[in-house]
Design a binder for this molecule. Structure first.
Ligand SMILES: [Zn+2]
Length: 470
């Protein structure tokens, strides 16, 4: 049992379960059982506020835990506990996703990380990995649901999709059905990918672990969305918290990720860690990740078996979009070319040498997020008989069952074009110049900032009139 003791007067605590529960006051001290709960807020007022102010500390304390008590999770763990100890081990998947990081931006900002990952851990850097659209949602949805932005019916869905996302066919559900333990850690609640700009998010738990309730309460307490900051001659809303749990938010998320991977290192996992702050808004700020990433991987390597059993992907969703640099020719090019590095565990390479060779070769090919989706589907098909320890011939449905994309484990031809890869022509980096003056790019960007993503449809309409294949 995990317990915490407090010796602060006039305090109370709330459990955070999607929202705050009622405050349960206590005096002098309390022993709080958080063994079954993920997040806890301790709030001290009255005398303690004065004392806390004197100490220049917050009256709030946040705590988190990775409990095993959630029923669907218990079912998964029971499944793995009942397997013979000599059973083959399915491969886990770990996404480390930095919003708005292009390949050149990643190479500039993360030199120690890139060097360590390539030279020490054998990561492969993809040189032709291409975005499918401008904002996050136009890239993340293809990655997780296999539809491109020109998919029939897309216009009724994101980014103007106002319904809940619960029933969407994200591929993490496929892995969850294989009893993979799942985790989604994103450092923004108000600006969360599926809540930003009026999107309705989810009503049901999507993953076994999810940090959004934790960030939501902290952001509400900080009232962060009321603040604006001046950047590049513009006032913009403050996007996210700088600090949580007395740490930089990027360190917090990395620690949370490490604890998750360490705790569940003996069972298969599918997990996504997504950083938006400060990298999404400040071009030079991505360098804050460099040393922490190296330390994270060193610790994973020396203290856990995670890297023996996990495919790790470090990537961006698209390039940086919020600075004057992003409007230069180089900046425009970068916006289309996300950072993408991937590592296969040695035993996977031994078991599937042809797939590993194809993956290495495809690092020199034109590839996209829907290829990554097909790679995940490929992996799911491969792991299904491993999980159930017998040949099974399911007919699983992956995402929208669109045939876009090609698994990175298969041969992708060098002559592949943007059209072949379903990359919209106006984003195609093979076209140069990338944007015609008629497209009025600057106006488009201004509309994006001022009016939000709802302007995108209009911009796409304009784009249809832009000359193609220049
Ligand atoms: Zn993004």
């Amino acid at each position: 049992m995990t317990a915490r003791q407090y010796s602060i007067y006039d305090c109370g605590f709330n459990y955070i379960i999607f929202r705050l529960t009622d405050c349960q006051p206590f005096e002098k001290e309390a022993e709080i059982d958080i063994s079954t709960l993920e997040f806890l807020l301790v709030n001290c007022s009255g005398k303690s506020v004065e004392r806390k102010k004197a100490e220049r500390s917050s009256p709030y304390e946040f705590h988190y835990n990775l409990p095993m008590s959630h029923e669907p999770l218990q079912e998964k763990l029971k499944f793995w506990n009942q397997r013979p100890t000599d059973s083959a081990r399915p491969i886990s998947i770990k996404f480390l996703l930095l919003d708005s990081i292009s390949r050149p931006h990643g190479l500039r900002s993360l030199p120690k990380t890139v060097s360590y990952l390539k030279d020490k851990l054998g990561f492969i850097e993809f040189k032709g990995y291409h975005a499918l659209g401008e904002p996050t949602i136009h890239n993340y949805v293809p990655m997780m649901m296999g539809i491109a932005t020109d998919h029939v019916g897309w216009e009724k869905k994101p980014p103007h999709y106002e319904g809940k996302w619960d029933s969407e066919p994200f591929i993490w559900h496929n892995f969850s059905q294989l009893n993979y333990v799942t985790m989604d850690a994103e450092d923004m609640a108000y600006w969360h990918t599926f809540h930003f700009n009026g999107r309705k998010g989810f009503t049901k738990r999507q993953m076994d672990f999810n940090t959004r309730p934790y960030f939501l309460i902290q952001e509400e307490i900080a009232k962060m969305t009321q603040f604006t900051i001046k950047y590049s001659d513009k006032l913009i809303k403050y996007n996210a918290l700088n600090c949580v749990d007395r740490k930089n938010v990027w360190d917090f998320l990395l620690d949370y990720t490490y604890e998750f991977l360490e705790k569940f290192q003996n069972v298969p996992t599918f997990s996504i860690t997504w950083w938006g702050w400060p990298n999404h808004d400040f071009l030079p700020a991505t360098q804050v990740f460099d040393e922490p990433f190296v330390n994270f991987f060193q610790k994973l390597e020396s203290s856990t078996s995670v890297l023996d059993n996990t495919i790790v992907i470090l990537m961006g969703d698209h390039g940086f979009r919020w600075s004057n640099y992003s409007e230069t020719k180089e900046g425009l090019l970068e916006r289309n070319l996300p950072f993408f590095m991937i590592r296969l565990p040695p035993k996977f390479k031994e078991a599937y040498p042809e797939m590993a060779a194809n993956l290495a070769q495809n690092s020199q090919r034109l590839t996209t997020h829907v290829d990554l989706f097909q790679t995940l589907a490929h992996l799911h098909r491969l792991m299904t008989p491993v999980v159930f320890e017998k040949e099974v011939h399911p007919n699983p449905s992956y995402g929208y069952n669109a045939k876009y994309g090609t698994s990175l484990f298969t041969n992708i031809p060098p002559e592949r074009t943007c059209e072949d890869a379903r990359i919209p022509q106006r984003f195609c980096s093979c076209n140069y110049p990338l944007w015609d003056e008629d497209f009025k790019y600057a106006n488009y960007k201004k509309a994006m900032v001022v009016e939000g993503l709802s302007s995108l449809a209009e911009s796409q309409k304009n784009a249809k009139n832009a000359p193609k294949n220049k």
